[in-house]
Every structure is written in C-alpha cells, then in structure tokens.
Design a protein. Sequence first.
Length: 70
Amino acid sequence: MSTEIENLQESPLPQQFQAYESGQMTDEETVVFFQMLINTGMAWNLQGHYGRMAYKLISEGKCEAVRRDS
C-alpha cells in the first residue's frame, strides 16, 4: 500500500471528503475512499452522487460490494 493511501486512511473523515470533493485524490485514493464508504454503509446514506459513484466502482470491479445483514 502506498504512503499516500496510508496517509489518506489516517486522515480525519472530513478531510477525506474535502480531498475527494476538491479533486485532490488520485484514482487509487478514490477507490480506497469509496471502499471505506461502502464497507461502513455510508455510501448509501450520503447524497446521491456517493451512492452512484460507489455503484459505478463496484460495477467496474474496482470496489467490492459488502453484504450487510439487517
């Protein structure tokens, strides 16, 4: 795992959102960020863009879907 990815994962969540929304993430960082959103279920509870982007990354095989039992 690259140093940038490790630094991203250690960053507070608001900073991660800011980096994503301002276009400062690499493609690899974006995938890691969205996998975290998918894993926590946040991708499906945020504004629509996040869910659509998560679905796109899953469809492309870049992220993995997580089954959450209710």
